[in-house]
Write a protein that binds this ligand. Structure first.
Ligand code: GBH
Length: 467
């Protein structure tokens, strides 16, 4: 059912697992700052220690081997490598750490997929305006080139930025992620724009300076729910669904995969609202400069993070409120038949992934696709025999198989989120997404495989060598 060279992976992100927030010369990131402020995160918890993967990497490697993964996705902490964010000072201890991770993986026949940025901007760069500042793009590009130069002889799959949507919206519109800004209707668009520029510069650098020698692939990870009109017969619901898609999946995928610019629906909505609101002549949605290389075509594959689905209904109309939600003007609802057994936003809809994959094939000209994240959480009582989650993985992977075999989608790999229970951002340690349980109460931070981890290992061993 799965191609012979299909990638079977799991993922993590630096801030969620590493700990060692001040170890060996690491500079602080915006998540260090954010967590150390009162009232930001569940129980005022932080990633100061997390799973301590900085010191316990070999335990993680043991888990990776036990699962039989062919690929492991992890992210680099920018400020562990470059403490003030710039290449003026390189922290060699950080370089050594990631060199060991990469070399150990390769020695075990596991291919690394490396994310350059998973939410943890160096605080020193935030102090200069962070993602709001146009100059962040070239700072990111320098960091990216440093990583290609240092690790690219061994890393063949790169993700520049993880989920620009989440960074922009949750970090700068809703204020529930670092840097905790609540500047609705304006800053998220600006941040998203600079993230696209940063990604594009890094891709162009790879393409011109490293691709020939290193022969890797570079993309950005785009999160998207699958959405359908609540009432498929209702024109307004269908139009709202189009708008919803334009403001979520479309925001980052249209520029990169379709036109080099934002979706027309998004452009016209934000432009006309801006005009009404007296933004004299300018739109809150920035414009791509003709003087910079195009963002169109700056992805060698489609990297998709899929978790859940939504039904979309007619919006309530655009009031006078300045925010993205008002620009988007579409309401979301859950289908009562979708189970929710973990964190509240995650309705279990495995076939939504198949539908989304088909949509991606048709809309973006049949790209190679890696599902770079998909997973299911546990909240509350600890359950090592987590049969609901085992079923989730079985059902979802079956849908991926159908997408490949029945819909002809070019899916190259599947990465479960996540290897270990870890620091789940604003939810701290209260939400567990791991294939391994981590005992955060105990200093040893023991890793124990869940039933779902054993199930995933079984699926992998069944398919890994079959054709
Ligand atoms: C991923 O984002 C992240 O890449 C990963 O680091 C994280 O651990 C994983 O999800 C699990 O959450 O709280 O109602 O405001 C997935 C996209 C976007 C899904 C934000 C949850 C929060 C909804 N996420 N969304 S709410």
């Amino acid at each position: 059912m799965f191609p012979r060279d299909f990638a079977w992976g799991a993922g993590t992100a630096a801030y969620q697992v590493e700990g060692g927030w001040q170890a060996d010369g690491k500079g602080p990131s915006i998540w260090d700052t954010f967590c150390h402020e009162k009232g930001r995160v569940f129980g005022d918890q932080s990633g100061d220690v997390a799973c301590n993967s900085y010191e316990l990497w070999e335990k993680d490697l043991g888990c990776i081997r036990q699962l039989g993964l062919t690929h492991y996705r992890f992210s680099l902490s920018w400020s562990r490598l470059l403490p003030d964010g710039t290449t003026k000072h390189v922290n060699q201890k950080g370089v050594q750490y990631y060199n060991k991770v990469i070399d150990d993986l390769l020695a075990c026949n596991v291919s690394p997929m490396v994310t350059l940025y998973h939410f943890d901007l160096p605080q020193a760069l935030q102090d200069q305006g962070g993602w709001k500042s146009p100059s962040i793009a070239s700072l990111f590009d320098s960091y990216a080139k440093f990583c290609f130069q240092t690790f690219g002889n061994r890393v063949k799959l790169w993700i520049t930025i993880n989920e620009p949507y989440v960074c922009a919206k949750l970090g700068h519109e809703d204020g529930i992620h670092a840097p905790g800004l609540k500047e609705p209707g304006v800053t998220a668009y600006l941040v998203g724009h600079n993230m696209l520029r940063a990604h594009s510069m890094a891709w162009h650098s790879y393409n011109s300076d490293y691709r020939t020698a290193q022969k890797g692939w570079v993309s950005l990870a785009i999160n998207s729910d699958w959405v359908e009109p609540l009432d498929t017969q209702c024109k307004e619901d269908s139009a709202a669904t189009e708008r919803y898609l334009a403001f979520t999946l479309g925001w980052f995928s249209w520029p990169v995969f379709v036109t080099g610019d934002y979706p027309e629906i998004m452009r016209s909505a934000v432009d006309s609202e801006s005009k009404k609101q007296g933004y004299n002549g300018t739109s809150r949605l920035p414009i791509f400069s003709k003087d910079e290389p195009t963002v169109l075509g700056t992805a060698d594959f489609f990297a998709l993070n899929y978790y859940t689905s939504r039904k979309v209904k007619q919006g309530e109309g655009r009031g006078n409120v300045l925010c993205m939600k008002s620009d988007r003007d579409a309401g979301e609802v859950l289908d009562p038949s979708w189970p929710i057994c973990g964190v509240s936003w995650l309705a279990v809809v495995p076939d939504g992934l198949r539908k989304l994959l088909k949509y991606i094939k048709e809309t973006f000209n049949n790209p190679a696709v890696y599902i770079t994240e998909n997973g299911f959480s546990q909240v509350g009582l600890l359950q090592i025999e987590d049969d609901q989650r085992s079923k989730f993985y079985k059902d979802t992977i079956l849908e991926v198989g159908k997408a490949i075999n029945e819909d002809g989608v070019n899916v190259r790999g599947y990465f479960a989120w996540t290897l270990l229970d870890n620091f789940e951002w604003a939810d701290g340690y209260s939400v567990r997404f791991g294939l391994y349980h981590v005992d955060f109460e105990d200093e040893t931070l023991n890793r124990t495989i869940y039933q779902s981890g054993r199930e995933y290992a079984k699926i992998i061993s069944k398919h890994k060598f079959s054709l």
